[in-house]
Design a protein around this ligand. Structure first.
Ligand SMILES: Nc1ncnc2c1ncn2[C@@H]1O[C@H](COP(=O)(O)OP(=O)(O)OP(=O)(O)O)[C@@H](O)[C@H]1O
Ligand SMILES: [Mg+2]
Length: 342
């Protein structure tokens, strides 16, 4: 996909965005390492990556909460460092594990937030009512925030970020901790708002199926760098491909694997027991020809299955690691140099 090289026509534009955290005299964490982003108005972008990849840090820079160590970022037409106030006015942000104030009642908390964002009393009451309704919080409006469950509080956090219907919205793991019903409600509400207000939304999630279904664009980050950026379908077709699994008699498996590896575009051919597995870019397209060839060679294939790839397969193809496995190598660190510590 062609991306504009300048900030023109983009709502988020970064070049060489970098963030180092000096954690001690001897160690610096390189959380974000030279990130270039161009996000156009109206896009819904999911940022994926393992724990510690730099997703939250990038979002905190884009929402002006922390300055970058190097590089630059323009958000909604304004520089995040020199024009932070202008940026803040134009965005909404739901941080990872925000936690609204504790002693207020949930409904009052949301209403107050709407007033802070400049809605008049009537609009604030209407807007907070709408959000309570669509995030399934109406019954809980009279409860103190400190008494809500984790998932209920998370929904309130999301409502707080949406109250002024910003045209650019950052959501850091908005659906983490929500049950399936409330995840579906949240997505429905995000979809409606997007349609009504032409919003641009950048979100992070660890639910790969959610990103696959909802986002038009997926940015995969690992160790502070962007390692892939495209639509879920293109990423899956280009990087992972469909997986074909064939079952035959153990005596025929070796020959079947040979035939499979001659298939144009076939890769990762593995033969084990009675099974041969391989990857191709178009499984349903390739399977009939492969079965025909096997039949012609006198091999009886007793079962055949095509699995479409997931975004986890994409990550696996890119890094050799699975996003589903929680254990990820430590983030890149280096000894703190004199320049960092300054
Ligand atoms: N304030 C800080 N001081 C020191 N190190 C930090 C700080 N904030 C983040 N880091 C480190 O920077 C790296 C990136 O963290 P970040 O929170 O951006 O990851 P993430 O991709 O959002 O991960 P997760 O999926 O767990 O939310 C991690 O190694 C983290 O420990
Ligand atoms: Mg995070």
């Amino acid at each position: 996909m062609a991306r504009p090289a300048t900030s023109e026509g983009t709502v988020i534009h970064t070049r060489s965005l970098t963030k180092d955290f000096v954690v001690s005299r001897t160690q610096t964490v390189h959380a974000v390492r030279g990130v270039d982003l161009d996000i156009a108005p109206g896009e819904l972008v999911a940022v994926l990556g393992p724990n510690g990849a730099g997703k939250t840090t990038t979002m905190r820079i884009l929402t002006t909460l922390i300055p970058p160590t190097a590089g630059n970022a323009t958000v909604a037409g304004h520089d995040v460092v020199t024009e932070a106030a202008q940026v803040r006015r134009r965005i909404g942000y739901v941080g990872q594990g925000n936690g609204a104030g504790h002693t207020q009642r949930a409904g009052d908390e949301l209403y107050t937030q709407a007033l802070i964002y400049g809605l008049d009393r009537r609009a604030a009451r209407r807007r907070s009512g709408e959000l309570l309704e669509s995030l399934d919080l109406t019954e809980l409006a009279g409860r103190k925030v400190s008494e809500l469950s984790g998932g209920q509080r998370r929904r309130l956090d999301v409502a707080m970020g949406l109250v002024h219907a910003p045209s650019l919205l950052f959501l850091d793991e908005p659906s983490t901790g929500l049950d399936p019903h409330n995840r579906a409600n949240l997505w429905q509400h995000i979809g409606q708002m997007r349609a009504a207000h032409e919003m641009t939304i950048v979100l992070t999630t660890h639910y790969l199926d959610e990103a696959d279904a909802m986002a038009e664009r997926v940015i995969v980050v690992d160790h502070g760098q962007v390692i892939a950026d495209d639509s879920p379908d293109v990423l899956k077709a280009r990087l992972a491909g469909d997986r074909i699994a064939l079952t035959a008699s153990p005596a025929a498996v070796g020959q079947l694997a040979q035939l499979a590896s001659r298939l144009p575009g076939a890769r990762d051919v593995v033969a084990e027991g009675t099974k041969v597995a391989l990857r191709v870019s178009d499984g349903p397209g390739a399977l009939p020809g492969l079965l025909g060839t096997a039949h012609g060679a006198g091999i009886e294939v007793v079962a055949a299955q095509v699995d479409r790839p997931t975004l986890d397969d994409v990550f696996l193809a890119l890094t050799g690691r699975s996003l589903r496995e929680s254990a990820t190598p430590a983030e890149p660190t280096t000894p703190t140099s004199r320049k960092d510590a300054a």
